[in-house]
Design a protein around this ligand. Structure first.
Ligand SMILES: NC(=O)c1ccc[n+]([C@@H]2O[C@H](COP(=O)([O-])OP(=O)(O)OC[C@H]3O[C@@H](n4cnc5c(N)ncnc54)[C@H](O)[C@@H]3O)[C@@H](O)[C@H]2O)c1
Length: 263
């Protein structure tokens, strides 16, 4: 198994991607700390995943944008299962609001949760790793949106672009300690995989499908597999990478025809 004897701390672990990541990690032999905001949801997710994988999954709860909450969650995790040696930042919020309409408090919250909320767990764990000589691995969940502008995306896409730079900067700062820092940038993941455009779907989904070379939306497991690789020692020489897992959606002007015949 890929993650035997590892302890992973997964923020947003009760969410769509977080659950898939926690499940994959538990199946790969890691003990997992599922960190999320709502105690009831986090406990329910941890119970369900530990039941179906026979793995060790515990829940801790708090707001990742608050330093005191992060310090407490890391301490609770360490007391319960030992110092985590993998961090996955899989929490996030994604309001889509045009700049002309955006409430500055909403704008600040996007950056607080998505950017500060990724930095604080990384800072808290990396400090402990350096003290204890742990060569940890951090995987941030970014987004394909971080590299392609679209209407309404200034706050969210901007926050994920900041997550990319946080990833690369941490890779530089922590590399000398043997700590790796990478990101996965997912494309569109919904509860059900969609392969055909239809009037019943949101126009955004239809347009995304048209521009996805692999011809389908993603499944949360597509992301979890990439995260497991980057968290594990199979990627021992990979750091500062932003791995797009999008079915090709963000690799260019994917929906354009060829220019054959154009004069
Ligand atoms: N679903 C997609 O298509 C997609 C695509 C690209 C990127 N992403 C990114 O993947 C991540 C997960 O997305 P998802 O689809 O699983 O979303 P989700 O809403 O299902 O899960 C997000 C989880 O984060 C938790 N969370 C939010 N704010 C928090 C906070 N302050 N402290 C602690 N936990 C908090 C929520 O409670 C929730 O359980 C996000 O960063 C998102 O931007 C998702």
């Amino acid at each position: 198994m890929l993650l035997t004897d590892k302890v992973a701390f997964v923020t947003g672990g009760a969410g769509r991607l977080g659950r898939a990541i926690v499940t994959t990690f538990a199946r790969e032999g890691a003990a997992v700390v599922l960190a999320d905001l709502d105690p009831a949801r986090a406990e329910e997710a941890a119970r369900e995943i530990s039941g179906k994988t026979n793995g060790r999954v515990i829940a801790v709860t708090g707001d990742v944008s608050q330093a005191a909450d992060v310090a407490r969650m890391v301490e609770e995790a360490t007391q319960a299962v030992g110092l985590p040696d993998i961090l996955v930042n899989a929490h996030g919020i994604f309001p889509n609001v045009p700049v002309l309409d955006v409430d500055p408090d909403v704008w600040d919250r996007i950056f607080a949760v998505n950017v500060r909320g990724s930095m604080l767990p990384a800072q808290a764990l990396a400090r402990r790793w350096i003290t204890n000589g742990v060569k940890g691995s951090i995987v941030n969940i970014s987004s394909g949106a971080s590299r392609s502008a679209r209407a309404g995306g200034a706050g969210y896409a901007g926050s994920k672009a900041a997550v990319n730079l946080l990833t690369e900067t941490l890779a530089i700062e922590l590399g000398p300690h043997g700590i790796r820092v990478n990101a996965v940038a997912p494309g569109l993941i919904m509860d059900n995989v969609v392969t055909e455009e239809s009037d019943a779907l949101h126009p955004y989904v239809n347009m995304t499908l048209r521009g996805t070379p692999m011809g389908r939306t993603g499944h949360a497991n597509d992301i979890a597999e990439a995260v497991a690789f980057l968290a594990s020692e199979r990627s021992a020489w990979t750091t500062g990478a932003i791995l797009e897992v999008t079915g090709g959606t963000h690799c260019g002007r994917t929906y354009m025809p060829t220019t054959q015949g154009l004069r």
